[in-house]
Write a protein that binds this ligand. Sequence first.
Ligand code: IMP
Length: 174
Amino acid sequence: MTASKKIDVFISKEAIDKRVKELAEMINRDYQNQEIIIVCVLNGSFIFCADLVRYITVPVQIEMVSLSSYEGTESSGEVSFRLDVKQSLVGKNIILVEDIVDTGLTISFLLKHMKLKNLASLKLCSLLLKRARLKIEVPVDYLGFDIEDKFVIGYGLDFDGHYRELPYIGVYGA
Ligand code: IMP
């Protein structure tokens, strides 16, 4: 049973909150006097995105996309849309907000898709990056934490649908 496994805190609630605030400050500085659209990559980013946007002080709209690419603990490498943005993004400043870049395949697919939309600008904000796992170069403009190759859960991240509700980022204990 997943519920009985021991989970160790890997990144504390306090450390996450501090870093999320810092990321929002960078975004606020970079987009002074401009409007942005934050595109939350569901499902894993919903908590990060909700916390981040509450520190954003420039005018912001929030959209959601959902991609299917991941089952269990291994990325399948095949990506498709479950949900795409409905409004036109032409001429808009877009920031994709992702929970974690692992192999990079999912976000590369989305970046490629977004680049076709005649945007004013496109940036990527990811809470986590597992640099050692990258299979493709991914430009992360706003990065929360560069982490080692561990499977992490909590703060929106799941293992088979569980643990998203944890207020910290955790790893399975020994
Ligand atoms: P990628 O395409 O391999 O970069 O995978 C990206 C997606 O895989 C993320 O948006 C997560 O949903 C999921 N993922 C990757 N690593 C982890 C992890 O350590 N914990 C939970 N989900 C993960």
